[in-house]
Design a protein around this ligand. Sequence first.
Ligand code: CFM
Length: 474
Amino acid sequence: MPYHEFECSKCIPERKKHAVVKGPGETLADALPLGYLNTIPGTISERGCAYCGAKHVIGTPMKDVIHMSHGPVGCTYDTWQTKRYISDNDNFQLKYTYATDMKEKHIVFGAEKLLKQNIIEAFKAFPKIKRMTLYQTCASALIGDDINAIADEVMEELPDVDIFVCNSPGFGGPSQSGGHHKINIAWINQKVGNVEPKITSDYVINYVGEYNIQGDQEVMVDYFKRMGIQVLSTFTGNGSYDDLRAMHRAHLNVLECARSAEYICNELRQRYGTPRLDIDGFGFEPLSASLRKVAMFFGIEERAEAIIAEETARWQPELDWYKERLKGKRVCLWPGGSKLWHWAHVIHAEMGVDVVSVYTKFGHQGDMEKGIARCEEGALAIDDPNELEGLEAMYNLKPDVIFTGKRPGEVAKKIRVPYLNAHAYHNGPYKGFEGWVRFARDIYNAIYSPIHKLAYLDISKDEIATDKGFETRQ
Ligand code: CFM
């Protein structure tokens, strides 16, 4: 039986079908865990909500915009210290956080006036910024505040500003993935086609599903520019609001994270006939294949080959140095969504590590299928895990390192398992040839850092760490 039952979740029998072990020779059809369902009450899921997926993942990376949440101030918590989608606009989108700060009295009497006052105040405080995104939250959606009407009123009173309204309250889907979908569709419905861009090349793309985590977008855009390609917009990392209104004029949508942004690509294909090409910026081989595919579309293959040859010659020896030292290390690959399949096979092939477990917090079954197909036999695959399941898995699998987010990462440290931040990275960017070497270096440091010796120190026994292990203090 491929399903895996956690000891700690025996009291929640519905959880059983959310984890499987990839047995030898097993077909994927027998072994897919259930996915993208409502979280089972009582399991203390670690997912984000639909508002989080819309605002904190896709909306906020837009750089020249005031991002206003209409709701309690706590909804805006996820910002500077957890999100690292930097921009070349002095990180304006990360430095400032805006909320209308709804309180109980607004729930009773409504908060539309409060919202309008906040929008006008925010534009006054930053007179150079003329664009805003407005996010619905559970609190304002439940009382029925009409944020579209307020946005229209403000745009009439201040004709030089433009406001995008995102109706994706926290309860608008089983996880952040529901919010990805909603904001994709809202953007194309409200904004695409409103601006005509200046075309400067025969090769024009939108770079989609790329959020510039620690500079990923800038690395990739540099390759495209070296190939003579004009990147009309990036959806949305380091992206500009008005560039994204001109997405309809690209010749090709180059899609990086299919989990979060395939919806807008599919709509652009239907409405404007723009083809979609899925690529992968992680790992020498997938990245080289991706650059080749984009080049082949435009018939400029030799330009891609030149970049691949130059970058590989520069970085391959460093990657190999790390591969030598990381060979056979056991990894739990526990990101939120699509990174399980972006990374699963290539970290084994190019860095030598073995993937002993994959999980996804909100991925769909297709994501899990690709992830399981690419990880090692015997690996444990978990959908929407809770904290106790993560702990049990680490005790059983004894990984050398786990790649995950901050919250489960801190839990792992407590049981002395090193963790690497798969979401915001430690010392990124991780995309691009140099980025991939940075990733390998971070894994190496996570595993081999002498700091982990200190983690074994039991200060209640008055021990000290020495080169030979632990000794009682004299
Ligand atoms: Fe796509 Fe992302 Fe991811 Fe995602 Fe995310 Fe992220 Fe992630 Mo954190 S858009 S699915 S909702 S690659 S924020 S940049 S790292 S969980 S695996």
